[in-house]
Design a binder for this molecule. Structure first.
Ligand code: SAM
Length: 398
């Protein structure tokens, strides 16, 4: 085992002890939902309200907030920054695509990047952010870093909206076990007036307005102490977006990058259309079971669970069932069968227009013509000679 890993193990142990002591000291008050969830919820709601496209979480630690933000459909670029390389490596799986992301690709693109770097250092890849969160970060910075951080974030990155959260020292009186700070790695904890003075100074220097709020309400009768976590939401003066001087150096180290599958990618879009068409065709097939009744075939519509729903006489050559309505098949609510579906030999002929009427398929295909082109270009489905119907095995040979 390398010395580096041993040292990292020791640091993790120390951190764990530190967190235990902190938890013991603070266990007098419980918050519901837990405080960290309330902080994340505030950020997620703001991002969605703003429809932010490029979002960064500074001091992202275990990537917990990022793992929630990746579900915001408005975000196209999601960045996490932390100085702790091992922590990023241990947790990068939390922002990687899941099987569900491939089965149901996002409508818009999303790339997630994790950088090892300091918030006190400028990196041009952090420019043009719509939204930046700094959750329980500033109290971990020493005075020199804190000064550089505000210059880098507000003066250089200059994002449209910034959220900063930090412990409210006024509230600490409710934690009798807390003698100095809530966490041993904190360099300071500010009262509300100290925090607000720092924020107002940043706002004046960099043309940001701000709103102060918080999360974590104390017990009844302690309202004058404010929230357990104090929050500042900064908004850039719309007329004061800075002209970005792009430095060519890239001091941050890219630790992880994931490009999520999205429907903006032509191949993924076509695959998604084909998956839906095949799924819908299977629904049609499952909605009919052709049973041989001695020379005269009869269609029987069944639910997927096997329960019989309806019967109809069927002429085996070219016609479909002679009854109207569309019996629902479990798992296939939108398209089970249509009177235009015919069975010729061992194959169902399902008009392409029938698929186009399926809301999910219509959402993915611009037009009937585009749907036809996608089907023609694929070898995953078979089309009739004229290309107007999908030929799908009836699967009733036995
Ligand atoms: N934001 C996290 C969350 O809400 O789950 C928790 C943040 S944790 C309390 C503070 C994090 O800031 C640590 O992961 C630490 O490594 C990181 N950090 C400390 N100094 C930093 C710096 N100069 N630049 C970037 N990250 C830093």
């Amino acid at each position: 085992m390398s010395l580096r890993r041993i040292l990292h193990g020791i640091i993790l142990q120390l951190r764990h002890c530190c967190w235990c002591r902190q938890a013991e000291a603070m266990e007098t008050i419980t918050f519901s939902p837990p405080l960290y969830k309330q902080r994340y919820q505030l950020v997620v709601e703001l991002v969605e309200k703003l429809q932010a496209r490029k979002v960064a979480d500074l001091g992202c630690a275990r990537c917990t907030l990022l793992s929630r933000l990746k579900f915001c459909s408005c975000i196209e670029v999601l960045i996490g920054v932390d100085t702790d390389l091992e922590l990023l490596k241990e947790n990068m799986y939390r922002v990687s695509p899941l099987p569900g992301d491939y089965l149901q690709p996002r409508p818009s693109p999303l790339s997630v990047r994790l950088y090892q770097g300091s918030v006190a250092v400028k990196d041009p890849r952090m420019l043009d952010c719509d939204f930046v969160s700094c959750i329980e970060l500033i109290e971990h910075l020493d005075a020199a870093e804190l000064a550089r951080f505000s210059e880098v974030l507000f003066g250089y990155m200059n994002p449209a909206v910034v959220v900063i959260t930090t412990p409210n020292a006024d509230f600490n009186i409710l934690f009798p076990g807390v003698t100095q700070f809530r966490h041993c790695d904190h360099r300071f904890e500010w009262s509300r007036s100290e925090f607000q003075a720092w924020c107002l100074d940043i706002g004046r220097t960099n043309a940001y307005s701000m709103e102060f709020t918080g999360v974590g309400v104390g017990p009844a009768g302690t309202e004058t102490l404010g929230f357990c976590t104090q929050v500042a939401i900064f908004r850039r003066d719309p007329s004061r977006a800075k002209i970005k001087m792009k430095n060519s150096e890239l001091p941050y180290k890219l630790v992880y990058e994931a490009v999520y599958p999205s429907l903006q990618n032509r191949k993924i879009l076509h695959d998604a259309i084909l998956n839906e068409v095949i799924f819908a065709a299977e629904c049609v097939r499952r909605s009919f079971i052709d049973i041989d009744t001695g020379g005269q075939s009869e269609w029987r519509t069944c639910r997927a669970d096997g329960e019989e729903c309806a019967r109809a006489a069927f002429s085996p050559e070219v016609s479909g069932p002679s009854f109207g309505g569309s019996p629902e098949v479990a798992g296939c609510p939108e398209l089970s069968w249509s009177p235009e579906v015919t069975k010729i030999g061992a194959q169902l002929h399902i008009p392409v227009s029938t698929f186009f009427n399926n809301p999910r398929i219509r959402q993915l295909s611009d037009s009937l013509q585009q749907l036809q082109e996608v089907l023609q270009a694929s070898n995953r489905v078979k089309l009739s000679h004229c290309g107007s119907s999908v030929l799908y095995p009836a699967g009733d040979e036995n």
